[in-house]
Design a protein around this ligand. Structure first.
Ligand code: NAD
Length: 263
């Protein structure tokens, strides 16, 4: 996809990677940009700076996503690219058992990292299929391909996000629909809060601008996996080639690193 003259929505667009995408998409000359976020004030202020629209939305609320899509289509005629980017990060609680986060944390991760992507696709698909074109960008994480110590709810739901994106691409590729999953390791945003990022930071922490640059290239080349940290490609291959060895390597990694301190 070339972004010039396209209409784009970015959820979680008020800060971090979402704001980086919004800024970079403007440089590409998009015709319409909607910055959607739970933090409606921050979304509005970035929208003023970029000459974009803003929309307060909780992506866990299907009716709010439907309204975001309907309002955008009413104003701009269509949505060419919907970026489901909003996300949260929780460390495993207590003694860092894989089960120790309470159910409400698991539920919130599920709703934001998976159901929100389904709600957006459900709202956008009818008009995209009619036009036989449309692109979904899901900000997932390298943790959705490779897991990550101390963050079971995050890593599990990010894997599920990859699964849904695959289903979307398989079911609707013949309808002209494209899907991309953005899977960085550590990125310097409020989510990491200046920490070393734990396992996510081992190959270096990128800026949102660097991630946005890789995303523009990945969208242009219609890549399913957009990997701003190039090492992730090899790690993913290693996992597929020898799962048992990969689990052993991840256990070793967990033993040698302390849990990151997050904000
Ligand atoms: N920072 C990293 O190291 C990193 C690495 C890999 C993937 N990611 C993913 O990138 C995405 C963006 O994260 P970020 O690092 O920019 O963090 P961030 O905290 O800077 O941005 C997240 C944004 O999502 C918004 N948000 C949270 N819950 C929401 C909800 N229910 N409804 C609407 N908006 C909501 C927040 O208000 C915030 O503006 C997330 O999906 C995250 O999992 C981040």
């Amino acid at each position: 996809m070339e972004l010039r003259d396209k209409v784009v929505v970015v959820t979680g667009g008020a800060s971090g990677i979402g704001a980086g995408l919004a800024r970079r998409f403007c440089e590409e000359g998009v015709r319409g940009l909607v910055i959607a976020d739970l933090n409606s004030e921050a979304a509005a202020s970035l929208a003023v700076e970029l000459g974009a629209r803003s929309h307060g939305v909780d992506v866990r609320d299907e009716s709010a996503i439907a309204a975001l899509v309907a309002d955008t289509e009413a104003e701009f005629g269509q949505i060419d690219l919907f970026c489901s980017n909003a996300g949260i990060l929780n460390l495993d609680e207590g003694d860092y058992w894989a089960t120790s986060s309470p159910n409400d944390v698991w539920q919130r991760n599920w709703e934001i990292h998976v159901m929100a992507h389904i709600y957006a696709a459900r709202a956008c698909l009818p008009s995209m299929i009619r036009r036989a074109e449309g692109h979904f960008l899901h900000t997932v994480s390298a943790a959705g391909l490779l897991n990550q110590p101390y963050t079971a709810a995050y890593a599990t739901t990010k894997h599920a996000a990859i699964g849904f994106a695959e289903s979307l691409a398989i079911a609707h590729g013949d309808d002209g629909i494209k899907v991309s999953c953005l899977c960085p390791q550590g990125v310097d945003t409020a989510m990491l809060g200046g920490s070393d990022g734990g396992a996510a930071g081992l190959d270096g922490i990128l800026s949102p601008a660097q991630v946005a640059e890789a995303t523009v290239v990945g969208l242009r080349e219609e890549q399913f996996l957009i990997l701003p940290h190039e090492q992730v490609q090899q790690y993913h291959l290693n996992k597929a080639q020898n799962y048992d060895r990969w689990i052993g390597g991840m256990r070793k990694l967990r033993r040698t690193m302390r849990p990151p301190t997050l904000p």
